[in-house]
Design a protein around this ligand. Structure first.
Ligand code: PRP
Ligand code: MN
Ligand code: MG
Length: 183
């Protein structure tokens, strides 16, 4: 374990088994397949790739890049689109795949933006939900874990672009982000 990590919140094994269950649940809901996952870069990359491999029906992927945090640990409240979809989603079964819902700002914006393109279904799948931090209402269709308001990193989640590669989800030591703030 890296020295910046206080504690492992979710182990590789816990993540793996929950992701498998989510894939099976989504597969049951869309038995005819042809589902399109939309991954939100970059945080969702590990999750979307594992989730796809746990699907029992045809699934394809596309990506959007939006960012509201940048290098800061506080959301700016403004969502910028850095990369849009490659595919047309009209009449398609679309699932937005996110690593974490915190204030809800990113997903609220993305959901409304994609809904306007008239998909047949638009669902939300997120690995982690931090309900204590919510500022805008979001209906989550598929949820991995509900977690307390800890600063978590790993399995795609970053702090200032670091720690995404960790195979587990860990709680970042407070002095790591507090020290940066005082700079
Ligand atoms: C993080 C995270 C979610 C979003 C959640 O992304 O991956 O996309 O913030 O926060 P919210 O619910 O308060 O909007 P970030 O903007 O840090 O970009 P990244 O995925 O590239 O790390
Ligand atoms: Mn993100
Ligand atoms: Mg981030």
């Amino acid at each position: 374990m890296r020295e910046e990590i206080k504690e492992i919140l979710l182990s590789e094994e816990q993540i793996k088994s929950r992701v498998k269950e989510l894939g099976e649940e989504i597969s049951r809901d869309f038995p005819e397949g042809d589902v399109l996952f939309i991954g939100v870069l970059k945080g969702s990359v590990m999750f979307i790739s594992d989730l796809m491999r746990s699907m029992k029906v045809d699934v394809n992927m596309d990506f959007m890049a939006v960012s509201s945090y940048g290098l800061s640990s506080e959301t700016s409240g403004v969502v910028r689109i850095l990369k849009d979809l490659d595919f047309d989603i009209e009449y398609r079964d679309v699932i937005i795949v996110e690593d974490i819902i915190d204030t809800g700002t990113t997903l609220r914006y993305l959901y409304d933006y994609l809904k306007a393109r008239n998909p047949r279904n638009l669902k939300i799948c997120c690995l982690l939900d931090k309900p204590e931090r919510r500022k805008v209402n979001i209906n989550i269709d598929y949820k991995g874990f509900e977690i307390p308001d800890y600063f978590v990193v790993g399995y795609g989640l970053d702090y200032a672009e670091k720690f995404r590669y960790l195979p587990y989800i860990g709680i970042l030591k407070e002095d790591v982000y507090k020290k940066d703030k005082s700079n």
